[in-house]
Structure formats: structure tokens, C-alpha cells
Design a protein around this ligand. Structure first.
Ligand code: CMC
Length: 439
């Protein structure tokens, strides 16, 4: 249960047309306090206008804390640096959903529970056959994630806490299996069944890269890098895809449908699709001498080009996840022998130039998590189309944690934003037709 704590009984006062209204201010445990304007409309008749929700807290949450100015990210109070160094993805999913770190036996039991859901229904294999082989893996991910509601009908009742928990375990466990299936399907190789003796990341790598004809040896360095990527992408408070999951869930939709909505939202290049876009941009730049041209394009107001992997709505400092991945990136490239990779050289030089450029300094545009994750995933052997799928697999942890929190919140209501209507006033049908109707 999330408590509302008025900040020293303080209130915010708003004057409109000589009338003053008071609104309670709630104190955050860390970060920005908020003004509760839920009564604004009933008291004054006004709505607020905030496109992109830049100043709006859509919910109360206990899960993740970000201090964008200081570059801080914490899950349930734990710094992302400590978690990526000492924990593992499965423990992090447990932390996000339950709120505390599990003890040894709780973790073992939880791991067994998740593992018991790694396989998918045999009919899902047939479902895959309906896709074109050249479909984007995210297109398959959205479709198959939503289709799980047709296969696991015993965990659709959102009012039953047991079914809710079963659904979230199924989503986390099956996301990696489905993600690996999207890859295998797109390259025409047979699906590889999960191996529950492995940890989450090892199992995912094996399902993606092993073939029946050969023995597959898992590299501990690549498995650790994979796990770090999963941990760093597990949650990021009220981003577009998480807010989409909450909004879809607020209507009472089933968990698999809500997570499919989250996958769809993540796909966009301004959100989860940026890792694919960042790597494609590095490939387009190609060589170091082309960098100034692309920096110029990024700064040109009349050019839609942006440096992908730079900038963040919340971080106005170095993204802490990027810092961790920069180190992981060095280890992975060293391991796979890509030390002199031209793409990496372009990436390093681009970062150096952008960090010294007045435009990027003034606008506080630092490299974000996607800048490095693409390079690491490419070195592991994934094609760019798989990058956002991997982000989606990791984010199932945060999405399900937020979905649980939303359903358990006693003040939860169906999400229904308002609008500023600027369209036509009442017209009479049949009187006058527009000559401008070209759409
Ligand atoms: N390259 C060049 N200019 C940029 C960039 C960029 N990557 N990002 C922002 N700007 C400029 C933008 O043109 C604007 O300039 P002005 O004030 O003169 O109009 C100013 O910086 C503010 O940009 P904004 O779009 O209003 O800022 P935002 O907070 O709404 O956008 C963002 C954040 C992530 C969508 C944006 O920085 C961007 O498009 N970055 C590239 C895509 C990317 O890497 N996205 C991954 C985000 S991290 C993964 C995740 O958490 O989902």
C-alpha cells in the first residue's frame, strides 16, 4: 500500500479569475514532491495541459527511483551499479516484483518457479509458422506475446492474486524463449528448447546460438554481459512502454495483452528501438572522418536527423547504465577480438566529439544506454533487429512489477486523459462542403 504524505501540510495555491484554489502537496521519499490536482476540474472547471507528461506524475510508485540530474538509477532502493556487479537478472526480477531482495532459499524457490514456465505451448510453434520469415522480430514478439492470452487462460483473472503472480512468472520466463524463437525463425534454424539447468542469460544465449548439429559452449564473459544488459534494462519507472502497460491494464485488460501493448510501445526509435537505430547510424557514418558531417546534421534545426543513442527525457547527465555498459563493452570486445572494430572506433570518436560540442553540452545530451548496448549485442552475434527484442525481454520484469503495483493500488482508476479541443464548433450536416478535403 502506498501512503500519501502531505509535505509539511503544505498546499499549492492556484488563482484563476480572482478565485483561489488549494491543492495538497505530497512529499516524495526522494526526488520531486507532487501537487495533487485530482480535484482541479471539479473545483474550477479547468483541465491541465501537459503534452508528453513532462510535468505530470501519473501514479504513485515504490519501484524505481531516478535522479536524472545526478545520473542515479535505483531499483527498490538499490543502486544499479551494485545490482549489475553483484546480482543477477532473476534476482533483480524478484526484487522488482516483491520489493525486497530474496534470501538464498527464497531465490532458489523463485528460480525453480520461473524455470517451470520457460517452455511454450506446442501450438505456439504453429502460430509462428504464420509469419513471413523476413518479419521484424519485434513484429513477431508483439504478436506472440499478445497470443499468450489465448494459450494460458488459467492466469487471466486479474482479481486473483495467485493468477496474477503466475501470469507474471510466465511472461518473464517465456519472454526469453519467444525472443529466441523470433531470431531462430528469422534465420530459418530450428527452435531450441530451453535448458533449465542454465541461468536465464546462459539459457537465452543457448536458445539463440546453438544448433542441433553442434555442441554449444557458453562463454562466461558473454553470459555475464548478457545478464548485465538484462539487469540494466529491467526497469526505468514511468517511461512510454511502462506507462502503456499501466494504461492498458487500467481498463482491466489481461496481463499478456498489457505486456504486448508495452512491447509495441517499446518498438519506436525514440524508446527501445533506439539501440537498433544507434548501431545503424554508426554503420552509416562508417568512418571517423564522416563524423563532423553527422554532428552538423544533428545540430541543424531543419534536418530531422538526431544522434541516436544520445539524449534522454530524464537524464540530463551521463546515463548511469551507459557508464556500466561502456566497461562491459570493453570486456566483450576484448574477448571476441573486435578491439579494432571500425564501428567501435566511430562510436568512441563520436562520443568524444559530442561531449565537447557546445550544442550537446548546452542541451545536456549525453550518451544513453542504447549507445553501448548495440555495440555489445553486435559483438555477441545478434543482428540489429534483435536489439529491441532483447530490451523487451528484460523489461518484462519492470512491466509486470508496475502492472502488479497498479492493480494493488486502491486509488487505481481507468486511465483517461483529457484534451484541449481546438476543432470545429457545431456544424449543420449538408450545408457547406470543404474544398480542402484532400485526405
Ligand atoms: N541529437 C540531436 N539533438 C537532440 C537529440 C539528439 N539525439 N536529442 C535531443 N535533441 C535536441 C532537440 O532537437 C531539442 O532541441 P531544441 O530545444 O533546440 O528544440 C532538445 O535537444 C530537446 O529535445 P527533446 O526531443 O525535446 O527532448 P526529449 O526529452 O523529449 O527527448 C529523446 C528525449 C530520448 C526522445 C531524445 O533525446 C532523442 O530523440 N534521442 C535520440 C533517440 C534515443 O537515443 N532514444 C533512446 C532513449 S534511452 C532508452 C530509453 O530509456 O528508452
Amino acid at each position: 500500500m502506498i501512503k500519501k504524505t502531505p509535505a509539511n501540510n503544505s498546499v499549492a495555491k492556484l488563482s484563476i479569475n480572482n478565485k483561489t484554489y488549494s491543492f495538497p502537496i505530497y512529499k516524495a521519499s526522494e526526488g520531486n514532491d507532487v501537487i495533487d490536482i485530482t480535484k482541479l476540474h471539479s473545483l474550477s472547471g479547468y483541465f491541465t495541459y501537459d503534452p508528453g507528461f513532462t510535468s505530470t506524475a501519473s501514479c504513485k510508485s515504490n519501484i524505481t527511483f531516478i535522479d536524472g540530474d545526478k545520473g542515479v538509477l535505483r531499483y527498490r532502493g538499490y543502486d544499479i551499479e551494485a545490482l549489475s556487479k553483484n546480482s543477477n537478472f532473476i534476482e533483480v526480477t524478484n526484487l522488482l516484483i516483491y520489493g525486497d531482495l530474496p534470501n538464498k532459499s527464497q531465490l532458489k524457490k523463485y528460480h525453480t518457479l520461473i524455470s517451470s514456465h520457460t517452455m511454450v505451448h506446442e501450438q505456439i510453434l504453429k502460430f509462428f509458422n504464420g509469419f513471413r520469415r523476413d518479419a521484424h522480430p519485434m513484429a513477431m514478439m508483439v504478436g506472440v506475446m499478445g497470443a499468450l492470452s489465448a494459450f494460458y487462460q488459467d492466469s487471466l483473472d486479474i482479481h486473483d492474486p495467485h493468477q496474477r503472480m503466475t501470469a507474471s512468472r510466465r511472461i518473464i520466463a517465456k519472454a526469453s524463449t519467444i525472443g529466441a524463437m523470433t531470431y531462430k525463425y528469422s534465420i530459418g534454424q530450428p527452435f531450441v528448447q530451453p535448458d533449465n539447468t542454465l541461468n536465464y542469460s546462459e539459457n537465452f544465449l543457448r536458445m539463440c546460438f546453438s544448433v542441433p548439429a553442434e555442441r554449444y559452449k557458453i562463454s562466461p564473459i558473454l553470459a555475464k554481459a548478457m545478464d548485465t544488459i538484462f539487469i540494466l534494462h529491467a526497469d526505468h519507472e514511468q517511461n512510454a512502454s511502462t506507462s502503456t502497460v499501466r494504461l492498458a491494464g487500467s481498463s482491466g485488460a489481461n496481463p499478456f495483452a498489457c505486456i504486448a501493448a508495452g512491447v509495441a510501445s517499446l518498438w519506436g526509435p525514440a524508446h527501445g528501438g533506439a539501440n537498433q537505430a544507434a548501431l545503424e547510424m554508426l554503420e552509416t557514418i562508417g568512418v571517423k572522418r564522416n563524423i563532423p558531417l553527422y554532428i552538423k546534421k544533428a545540430k541543424d534545426k531543419n534536418d530531422p536527423f538526431r544522434l541516436m543513442g544520445f539524449g534522454h527525457r530524464v537524464y540530463k547527465n551521463y546515463d548511469p547504465r551507459a557508464k556500466i555498459l561502456k566497461e562491459t563493452c570493453k570486456k566483450v570486445l576484448n574477448h571476441v577480438g573486435f578491439k579494432n572494430d571500425p564501428i567501435l572506433e566511430v562510436a568512441m570518436e563520436l562520443e568524444k566529439i559530442a561531449l565537447k560540442d557546445d550544442y550537446f553540452i548546452e542541451k545536456k545530451l549525453y550518451p544513453n544506454v542504447d549507445f553501448y548496448s548495440g555495440i555489445i549485442l553486435r559483438a555477441i552475434g545478434f543482428p540489429p533487429e534483435m536489439f529491441t527484442v532483447i530490451f523487451a525481454i528484460a523489461r518484462t520484469a519492470g512491466w509486470t512489477a508496475h502492472w502488479h503495483e497498479m492493480i494493488e493500488d486502491p486509488v487505481q482508476k481507468i486511465g483517461r486523459p483529457r484534451q484541449l479541443y481546438l476543432g470545429k464548433k457545431k456544424l449543420t450536416y449538408g450545408k457547406k462542403r470543404s474544398s480542402k478535403n484532400t485526405r
